[in-house]
Design a protein around this ligand. Structure first.
Ligand code: SF4
Length: 263
């Protein structure tokens, strides 16, 4: 494996570096093979029914994030669990609801690689498929990570892109604009390594031109990405609405009861 870790040149950039924030967050939410979770299982309606754990800790600070405490107060939120404890809880709930898909969500799924790999080892011996929810920062920064995921066949990686341009991404997250490219690199690394993956893009704050341009970017990366592309829109929960108002952000469209509402 050749490590092509990308180090962002942050000297002339505004905003925080998500890769540096990854290290800081891992120091808070990872302890050996344990990772912090706020809840070990809950049923979600996504993909026809998924059992999902609520992780703690993210390397972005999206202003539209619905997750709140797991992202914005990782120190005081959740408890540490081993991969076995997490898998056992997911298995129990998935059996109860008849789900074939399991996941962890509400934070960044790639923090704590040892924990993740040990969890995936357990999933691999089961009948479940694990959906790894990621913003693509860590996987885009390190191609070896994607290669390490390649042996897992009961795995699908969902890479979430925040906005349709570097400028929009920076406005939505306050991260350095250049880090917008990392989820695209993540998708390339995953496809090259043969890992099942798809892209989703937050488009609540985008116009039609922006959406067309990100579709073109994904098409050029790999035409198949357009077939499975998900366009995400925010649900304006009270805390989300408050945070957006505080930051002077107004969505062009939202999700409401499963429908898209243009504002
Ligand atoms: S990447 Fe996801 S979990 Fe992290 S801050 Fe953004 S929306 Fe929230």
């Amino acid at each position: 494996m050749v490590n092509q870790t990308l180090r962002l040149n942050t000297k002339s950039m505004k905003g925080y570096d998500p890769i540096k924030l990854t290290e800081k967050m891992e120091s808070i939410v990872v302890d050996g093979n344990k990772r912090k979770y706020a809840k070990l299982s809950r049923p979600l309606r996504f993909y026809g029914g998924t059992t999902s754990a609520v992780e703690v800790g993210c390397n972005l600070r999206c202003k539209f994030c619905f997750s709140d405490k797991p992202v914005f107060r990782p120190q005081s939120t959740g408890k540490f669990y081993t991969p076995e404890e997490v898998f056992k809880a997911l298995d129990k709930s998935a059996k109860h609801y008849g789900h074939k898909l399991i996941s962890a969500s509400a934070s960044e799924g790639t923090l704590g690689r040892q924990h993740l790999f040990e969890l995936l080892d357990l999933v691999e011996k089961s009948k479940y498929v694990y959906i790894l929810e990621t913003n693509g920062m860590t996987l885009g920064n390190d191609n070896v990570f994607a290669e390490q995921l390649a042996p897992y066949k009961n795995l699908h990686v969902r890479v979430s892109i925040k906005g349709t341009s570097q400028e929009e991404y920076h406005e939505l997250t306050d991260a350095i604009p250049e880090s917008y490219e990392l989820p695209f690199r993540a998708l390339k690394h995953l496809i090259d390594a043969g890992v099942s993956c798809n892209a989703c893009v937050m488009v609540s704050f985008s116009d039609d031109d922006g959406i067309r341009s990100v579709e073109q970017k994904l098409f050029e990366l790999h035409p198949g990405l357009l077939k499975s592309l998900e366009k995400e829109r925010i649900t304006p929960f009270p805390k989300v609405a408050q945070r957006l108002a505080k930051n002077g952000l107004k969505p062009n469209s939202i999700a409401f009861k499963g429908n898209v509402v243009n504002l």
